[in-house]
Ligand binder design. Structure first.
Ligand code: PHE
Length: 343
C-alpha cells in the first residue's frame, strides 16, 4: 500500500508538470480523485483490506498524500488562471478609434395614453366600470338611439366619415353610443366610463382634429341630481390636474340630455387672466354633460320613472393640453419625436 501511494504521488507530480491548461489540469484531477476510476479513490477503497494493526499508519499516510496532492492541484490551478488572464489582456486590446455604437432607445407611453390610463384608474377607484365600444358604429347607436333622428340639425355639427355602400355605418362621432350599449348590457344601476377615439369631418386647426379622444361617463341610479354630476366632474379635473379647479356650468344643448350643460374650467394656462388657450375669456370649455334624457333610458331598456342619470363627454385631448400647456392639438398625432420625447 505504501509503495502504491508513493508511486501514485510520483506519477501525479510528473504529470502535473506537463499540465499546461486548466482543462488538462481538470483531466488530471479526474484521474486521481475521479469517483469511479480515480487512482486515489481506488486505493482508498482498498483500506478495508489492510491489516488492523496497519490501519492507523496507512490511514494517516493516505491523508497526508491526499492533502499534498490537493494543495498542489490548487496551486497549479491558480497559476494557470493567472497565465490565462495575462494572455487575454495581452491579445485583446481596446480600439479607441472605433465609433461609439448607437445608444439603445426605449420608447414610452404616449401622453394621451398615459392620461387615459390615469383617468381609468381614477374612475375605477370611484367604483366605475371601464368599458369599450366599436369605432365603426351603427347609425342607430351613434345617432338614433341618442335621440338624434335622421333629419335632426344636431347631425350637422357631427359630420363624420361614412363607409362606402354602407349608409348604416359611421365612424363614431363621439363615445356616447356606448351609453345605450352599456345600459342594454349591464342594466341599472350603472357607473361606467368609456375612453376612446372618435372621428369627425373637420377642417383641422390648432384646436380641431379629425380623429380625437373622448372619455364618456355614465351614472344611472335612483336619486341622481346635478349636484352629483358637479361633484364627479370636479373630482375628475382636480384628480388629473393634481390641484383644485374652479368650474362653472352653462346651459348647453345635446339631444340626449335634459337639461344639458357645458362645464367650463378656469384656464390653467393663464389662471383666468385670459390667454390664447382660453380665447382670452379665462375659461375653457371642458366637459359637455347633463342628465340622461328619458328617451335614451328607454332605448337602453331602463325605466325612466324609477331611474335617472347623468352623462358627460370629456374631451380628453383638451384636458391633456391643459395639463401640459400644449398649444396645438395636431401635435398628438404628428408622430414628431421632438414633441413626444417631452413626456
Ligand atoms: N357626445 C357629446 C359630444 O361629443 C358630448 C356629451 C356627452 C354631451 C355626454 C352630453 C353628455 O359632443
Amino acid at each position: 500500500m505504501k509503495e502504491q501511494l508513493s508511486s501514485l504521488k510520483k506519477e501525479f507530480e510528473a504529470q502535473l508538470k506537463h499540465a499546461s491548461s486548466l482543462l488538462q489540469l481538470e483531466e488530471l484531477e479526474q484521474t486521481i480523485f475521479g469517483r469511479k476510476m480515480g487512482a486515489f479513490t481506488t486505493l482508498a477503497k482498498q483500506m478495508k483490506d489492510v491489516a488492523n494493526d496497519q490501519k492507523k499508519t496507512i490511514g494517516e499516510l493516505m491523508n497526508t498524500v491526499r492533502t499534498k496532492i490537493a494543495t498542489e492541484l490548487e496551486d497549479k490551478r491558480a497559476l494557470l488562471q493567472r497565465e490565462e488572464m495575462k494572455k487575454i489582456v495581452e491579445t485583446e486590446s481596446i480600439d479607441v478609434t472605433q465609433p461609439q455604437l448607437p445608444k439603445e432607445e426605449h420608447g414610452h407611453i404616449h401622453p394621451m395614453a398615459q392620461v387615459e390610463m390615469e383617468l381609468s384608474e381614477l374612475f375605477r377607484s370611484m367604483g366605475f366600470m371601464v368599458l369599450d365600444g366599436p369605432e365603426l358604429e351603427s347609425d342607430y347607436f351613434n345617432f338614433e338611439a341618442l335621440h338624434i333622428p335622421l333629419s335632426h340639425p344636431a347631425r350637422d355639427s357631427q359630420d363624420t366619415f361614412f363607409i362606402k355602400d354602407h349608409p348604416e355605418w359611421v365612424m363614431r362621432t363621439h363615445t356616447s353610443p356606448v351609453q345605450v350599449r352599456a345600459m342594454r348590457e349591464h342594466g341599472a344601476p350603472l357607473r361606467a366610463v368609456v375612453p376612446g377615439r372618435v372621428f369627425r369631418n373637420e377642417a383641422t386647426d390648432g384646436s380641431h382634429e379629425h380623429t380625437f379622444a373622448q372619455l364618456e361617463g355614465l351614472v344611472i341610479d335612483t336619486d341622481i341630481s346635478i349636484a352629483d354630476l358637479i361633484g364627479v366632474m370636479k373630482g375628475l379635473l382636480s384628480g388629473i390636474l393634481k390641484r383644485d379647479v374652479e368650474v362653472r356650468l352653462r346651459p348647453g344643448f345635446f339631444p340626449f340630455v335634459e337639461p344639458g350643460f357645458e362645464l367650463d374650467m378656469r384656464c390653467q394656462v393663464c389662471d383666468g387672466a385670459g390667454c390664447g388657450a382660453c380665447k382670452h375669456s379665462g375659461w375653457v370649455e371642458m366637459i359637455p354633460c347633463g342628465l340622461v334624457h328619458p328617451e335614451v333610458l328607454i332605448a337602453g331598456g331602463i325605466d325612466p320613472d324609477v331611474y335617472s342619470g347623468f352623462a358627460f363627454g370629456l374631451g380628453s385631448m383638451r384636458l391633456v393640453m391643459q395639463k401640459y400647456g400644449i398649444e396645438d392639438i395636431r401635435h398628438f398625432q404628428s408622430g414628431d419625436l421632438r414633441f413626444l420625447q417631452q413626456f
